[in-house]
Design a protein around this ligand. Structure first.
Ligand code: 3HC
Length: 706
């Protein structure tokens, strides 16, 4: 600590209780100096005859959110003594007083304390696996001893944040803090246990480990259950190996294995990519030109216009976050159908156990169906979610302009339409912004905020904040066709169709992408959403533009009634009541026929060519989006792909992945395809510049934002 700086760890004495306060804002991560500070305080208290017990507590909003993730992968000084060794060797009881979050190394310290108490809204967890590592501070050895190997494995392998009330039931927390003053109650608790001996050390507990005898197959069962989701990853399997060691080996041997496997993972490709994704998801929230202290309007009431699938999903998102929502539709039948769909969606969650009946009832009562614009006039924010057609949207916005109170925020949920044109029918274009929800709106995390030419900073800031408040990841985009997310994805979809014309089979392309890490291949996804989605648009475009080539194979399948899963046939065929795609020779025949009719040359493709053609086309487009200043950062595009398009998280994102190949190689390949396939592969000048200077694509910033 330099002179005049606030200490990272404070020690104070109160009523014979030594209070160790960790004060490293914003979340008390175990950054440089914090561990040594804690050890010094513990040693001081141990040596002080006037101290009978200790409390460890976090200043500010959390206990300890874990190791400092920024330090991983860098050389760093080892702490003078490991905190947990000091705790294990101590002779006085230490109580961890948990509020906010106790995560990773933070929970591991709490587990090495003798007692843990928590406020009811605290959360605890060992989320290391989410950043590609494992709990490296004894968590894999102590947690199974405390709550049993099965529950510990579920927590560690999922990385989920467990609410304190559940943690108490599991046995992680000894007592709940009833009042508001955590510190005071922790001191009282510490005094109440000061004389109890022996000190309860989790490392000495063995009874819960015996559970494995009744269920020796639990480890293999867990490996099997994660096989699909965790493919290509090491961390979840290493977590399981450590917990297996906890039940089969002495504590110190288990710790040794934990240390070894932690060291192996820290610099693995998956850990690097996942760390990148963690910070990219925090960066995306920041719009550089918006002052941090910009006063934003409070949003206490919301309205959604349009009770279709999209409007219903948006209303659910808002209601899930506790906002009262008025759902407006002119047609009582559509409203009734919309509400029934919402009720049904919630009922599915209740039947799966992810929602209680009471929560469902509360959420349903927050959604009020209304039929007039007057009924929503007082709402703080309105999100329009009507048909994706400009005249319809304009009509709604003219009505909103006339009806809504002057301070209302007017948002449009569009995935492609021009925000400025929509805003132009109002007398308050500064209050209009785009809020692009992904489908299904109540589930998907990506929330693209589209800044119109006249959107005010306050409206932009309020839209970004609304997304965060309803649990989404807000990402800025400029106003252009498709905005940032869909626009960067469109070339992928195009190449997918073109490669089939050139001879690649849908099942080959799907397999390449699933092996790469996608949950499902693009043709399987097409079958889920329906092949007819853009059929009319393509026909209209073809009628208006003789050079428009469309997607002749898809169109042929649609004309044959192969619309996807809903008709039992699409790119694949499906057995009654089963969603497993089955390769269908009829599709192969259609592909050959259309290719012959149109004179497409067919050939074979390597898997690598398929992967690169799909993803490079999107990398190039993302660079163009940045070039035009329609996105703020390349890493924002990665966040959109991770949370909106199923891109495998352990590969970091589209641009991060491209950097693993190298900008120069990506550029060279695109330049070759530009020669071969023409204008659609014109390389982005941003890409060319990065390739020439040997930089990283993921560090690109949008032009206007630099
Ligand atoms: N290390 C470094 N920085 C961290 C951090 C950590 N563990 N946790 C959060 N931060 C930073 C964020 O990057 C952000 O910085 P910024 O303001 O400069 O962008 C700031 O703290 C606030 O974070 P959030 O915006 O995420 O704040 P929220 O209030 O939304 O969420 C949180 C708080 C739930 C604690 C969330 O930040 C989180 O989940 N953090 C990660 C926790 C984690 O993974 N811990 C395990 C670390 S690994 C470990 O402990 C290894 C051990 O086993 C040895």
């Amino acid at each position: 600590m330099a002179d005049g700086e606030k200490p990272l760890v404070r020690f104070g004495l109160e009523d014979g209780v030594g209070v160790i306060t960790i004060d490293n804002p914003p979340v008390n991560a175990l950054g440089p100096g914090v561990r040594d500070g804690i050890v010094e305080a513990l040693e001081k208290a141990e040596a002080d005859a006037g101290v009978y017990a200790m409390v460890m507590i976090g200043a500010g909003r959390s206990f300890i959110a874990g190791a400092d993730i920024r330090q991983f992968g860098k050389p760093r000084a080892l702490p003078k003594r490991p905190i947990n060794d000091v705790l294990d060797g101590g002779t006085k009881p230490v109580v961890a007083a948990i509020h906010g979050y106790a995560l990773g190394g933070g929970l591991e310290i709490a587990l090495a304390c003798h007692y843990r108490i928590a406020v009811p809204d605290a959360k605890v967890g060992l989320p290391e696996v989410l950043i590609g590592i494992l709990p490296g501070g004894g968590g894999t050895q102590r947690l199974p001893r405390l709550i049993g190997p099965k529950a510990a494995m579920e927590m560690i392998v999922s990385g989920r944040y467990v609410p304190a009330v559940e943690a108490k039931k599991l046995g992680i927390i000894d007592a709940m803090v009833e009042g508001r003053d955590v510190r005071k109650e922790a001191i009282a608790y510490a005094r109440s246990v000061a004389d109890r001996r022996p000190l309860p050390r989790v490392r000495d507990k063995a009874d819960r480990l015996a559970e494995v005898e009744a269920d020796p197959g639990m480890f293999d069962a867990m490996r099997k259950s994660i096989a699909r989701k965790a493919r290509n990853q090491k961390a979840p399997y290493h977590c399981i190996a450590c917990i297996e060691a906890a039940v089969s080996q002495p504590f110190d041997e288990g710790l040794k294995l934990e240390r070894e496997l932690f060291a192996e993972l820290e610099n693995s490709d998956e850990a690097k990519a996942l760390r990148y994704a963690f910070f990219a998801e925090r960066e995306v929230a920041k719009v550089p030109w918006l002052p941090k202290d910009l006063p934003l309007p409070e949003v206490k009431t919301a309205a959604v216009v349009g009770a279709g699938t999209m409007g219903g999903g948006i209303a659910m998102s808002l209601a899930d976050a506790g906002l009262p929502v008025k759902l407006l539709d002119a047609s009582p039948e559509v409203l009734e159908r919309g509400l029934a769909r919402i009720r049904n969606n919630y009922a599915v969650s209740v039947s799966r156990g992810s929602l209680t009946q009471q929560e469902m009832d509360e959420r349903m009562t927050r959604i009020e169906p209304v039929e007039t614009y007057e009924a929503i006039a007082d709402c703080d924010v309105v999100i329009e979610a009507v048909f994706e057609q400009m005249p319809v949207k304009k009509e709604v916005f003219a009505k909103l302009d006339a009806a809504m109170k002057p301070s209302a925020l007017l948002f449009t949920n569009t995935s492609a339409l021009d925000i400025d044109e929509i805003a132009s029918v109002t007398k308050r274009p500064e209050a209009v912004a785009g809020t692009h929800f992904f489908v299904p709106a109540n589930v998907m995390k990506t929330f693209e905020v589209v800044n119109g030419a006249r959107t005010s900073p306050v409206t932009l800031g309020a839209a970004m904040k609304l997304g965060r408040d309803i649990g989404k990841i807000s990402a800025y985009a400029g106003n252009c066709d498709g905005f940032a997310a869909n626009r960067s994805r469109i070339p992928f979809n195009l190449e997918q169709g073109l490669m089939v014309e050139e001879g690649a089979l849908p099942e080959q392309i799907d397999k390449v992408m699933v092996d790469f890490g996608y949950p499902a291949g693009p043709f399987t996804v097409n079958d889920m959403s329906g092949l007819d989605i853009s059929y009319d648009t393509r026909k209209r475009r073809a009628a208006a533009d003789p050079n428009y080539r469309g997607l002749p194979i898809t169109d042929r399948l649609v004309e044959m009634g192969r619309l996807g899963q809903k008709t039992g046939k699409g790119w694949y065929r499906y057995e009654e009541g089963d969603r497993t795609p089955i390769v269908d020779p009829e599709v192969h025949r259609v592909i050959k026929d259309v290719a012959q009719e149109r004179g497409f040359q067919q050939r074979t493709f390597t898997d690598d060519e398929i992967l690169r053609r799909l993803l490079f086309s999107s990398v190039n487009e993302a660079c163009k989006i940045l070039e035009e200043g329609k996105a703020l950062r390349a890493s924002d595009v990665d966040v959109m792909w991770l949370n909106g398009f199923g891109f495998p998280r352990y590969r970091g994102g589209l641009m991060y992945w491209a950097d693993q190949i190298g900008a120069r190689e990506v550029y060279n390949q695109i330049a070759i395809w530009h020669q071969r396939y023409g204008a659609r592969w014109r390389p982005s000048t941003f890409l060319q510049e990065v390739a020439e200077r040997g930089g990283l694509l993921r560090e690109l910033k949008g032009r206007s934002a630099t």
